[in-house]
Design a protein around this ligand. Structure first.
Ligand code: GDP
Ligand code: MG
Length: 297
């Protein structure tokens, strides 16, 4: 129809181009050592790689993380390519000094900004690989009474540089009531300490009611209560991923047992683009502004 100028197809063009190029997405895990960071990463993505094979023993998959480790995998779904980079960090403990840990984390995040900045000013700026950290999953201990001082300090070091998504680790050790109380306390402390965590965008008013309901549930779940495990157990003839206790099984993929599925869906299918946009428009712009200023002075 020659009455159309053609811009109506713009969104589709942008989309097609993005699809052809694929998406780069980088996720970082941070928090006290021993909270299940490496295990959760494996549960979230890496175990997918083993789905047709015998699962390797937990010990083969997870060793104690001693330095910042980058793992990459490519997933393809309906012609859309996703290049996922996962940055596993050792986390602080009694032997790793908190300052050293902060320094290593910040250096990593800033190095990616620096690289991007250089690529952007270079000749090959059309084909930049985006290695900036788009999301930081921050693990909070279920054993304490909310945030610890070190959590407050660490999040404050990171919050203007990355999107922080808080997680309540090892949720299987808490009862339903304890879990609720702990989630409320954590959110209150985040607010009291003026920590900026990733703000989930309001959903469009023209979305359908199912979507809105899903969005409300998502927001109400923060901090996401997670359970990680890499073993498959048999229950009622079915193979499920879960932690088997003498009294029953905590199922990783059961939304009544924990928020694992909600978290994965948020990261992969509903909020990935927004996490990337905020990284680029807010955190990276911050970096760029300071960087240019220091270069000039
Ligand atoms: P990281 O130091 O944070 O990377 O922690 P790891 O992933 O190495 O896990 C430390 C220990 O906690 C291991 O023995 C895991 O099997 C166990 N673990 C991991 N996730 C969970 C969980 O969700 N619940 C419970 N109860 N234990 C977990
Ligand atoms: Mg680890």
């Amino acid at each position: 129809d020659d009455e159309y100028i053609g811009f109506a197809t713009l969104p589709e063009q942008v989309h097609r181009k993005a699809v052809r190029k694929g998406f780069d997405f980088t996720l970082m895990v941070v928090g006290e050592s021993g909270l299940g960071k490496s295990t959760l990463i494996n549960s979230l993505f890496l175990s997918e790689l083993y789905k047709d094979r015998e699962l390797p023993s937990v010990n083969d998959l997870i060793q104690r993380t001693v330095s910042i480790e980058k793992k990459q995998l490519e997933i393809e779904e309906k012609g859309v390519r996703l290049k996922l980079t996962i940055v596993d960090t050792p986390g602080f403990n009694d032997t790793v000094n908190a300052d050293d840990c902060h320094k290593a984390l910040l250096e990593y995040v800033e190095q990616q900004f620096k690289q991007y900045f250089e690529d952007e000013s270079g000749l090959n700026r059309r084909n930049i690989v985006d290695n900036r950290v788009h999301c930081c999953l921050y693990f909070i201990s279920p054993y304490g009474h909310g945030l610890r001082q070190i959590d407050v300090e660490t999040m404050k070091k990171l919050h203007h540089k990355v999107n922080i998504v808080p997680l309540l680790a090892k949720a299987d050790i808490l009862t339903k009531q304890e879990l609720k109380a702990m989630k409320d306390r954590i959110m209150q402390e985040i607010e009291d300490n003026k920590i900026h965590v990733y703000e989930f965008p309001d959903c469009d008013s023209d979305e359908d009611e199912d979507f809105k309901q899903q969005d409300r549930e998502l927001k109400a779940s923060i901090p996401f209560a997670v359970v990680g495990c890499n073993t498959v157990v048999e229950a009622g003839g079915k193979k499920i991923r879960g932690r088997a206790y003498p009294w029953g099984i905590v199922e990783v993929d059961n939304p009544d047992h924990c928020d694992f599925v909600r978290l994965r869906q948020m990261l992969i299918s509903t909020h990935m683009q927004d996490l990337k946009d905020v990284t680029s428009d807010v955190h990276y712009e911050n970096y760029r502004a300071t960087h240019i200023r220091t270069q000039m002075s």
